[in-house]
Design a protein. Structure first.
Length: 214
């Protein structure tokens, strides 16, 4: 009964969003069939701005950095700040992006979520996905608006860029060739692409820092 009540409330809320957009002269939202067997709501054909409002990000990215270049420079600073402090590559990716875009989680919590992905999961240094890429994709899920299909598309773009630059996404291949000498490069590649996409998609809000003279 509680599940049915929540489903009805969700449907009413989504209907309200659709009505609001229609009143503003925007194209109506096109949703997946309400008879979805898993009860999921999915956007089919919907413009980027409408998608952002209908499926807001799990966490809002807010930063004082006004340009993509400034954001990328801050990412490099955050990566460097974690050098030599026993972070796994996956944790560096996640915490560097979170420190740049803001997070409700503490550094310790973020490390707990992500450290085990380093070394291609569990420090196996085998054919598992590079931890730097895994941590960056986790961050993408935090801050990207949109439905599952959009998240998968964006993750695919990060994957392809990483593979293009590094030649592979497998930790064992990278480690076998460079040992630990390529880790920072892998991290920078992954996190830079994630922030680039978030910036492109309009999911990063910039704020002006007010300086008061007394």
């Amino acid at each position: 009964m509680e599940y049915q009540r929540l489903s009805i409330l969700t449907a009413l809320a989504l209907a309200g969003i659709q009505t609001s957009f229609a009143r503003q002269g925007n194209a109506p939202l096109s949703w997946a069939s309400p008879s979805d067997s898993e009860g999921n709501v999915t956007a089919k054909s919907i413009d980027a701005d409408s998608l952002r409002y209908a499926f807001p990000p799990a966490f809002q990215a807010v930063t004082p950095h006004q340009s993509l270049d400034s954001l990328q420079a801050e990412l490099k600073r955050q990566i460097e700040a974690r050098r030599g402090k026993h972070y796994g590559c996956s944790a560096v990716s996640l915490t560097a992006i979170a420190a740049t875009l803001g997070s409700v989680f503490s550094e310790k919590q973020l490390r707990s979520m992500s450290d085990s992905f380093s070394g291609g999961i569990g420090h196996k240094f085998s054919q598992g996905t590079c931890g730097a890429l895994s941590g960056a994709i986790m961050a993408l899920g935090f801050y990207a608006s949109g439905d599952k299909e959009k998240h998968q598309r964006l993750a695919g773009e990060v994957y392809e860029e990483f593979k293009k630059q590094e030649g592979t996404v497998a930790c064992g291949d990278i480690y076998g060739k460079f040992h630990f000498g390529r880790c920072n490069g892998c991290i920078l590649c992954a996190v830079s692409k994630v922030v680039e996409l978030l910036y492109r998609e309009g999911d990063i809000q910039t704020k002006t820092v007010q300086i008061t003279n007394y």
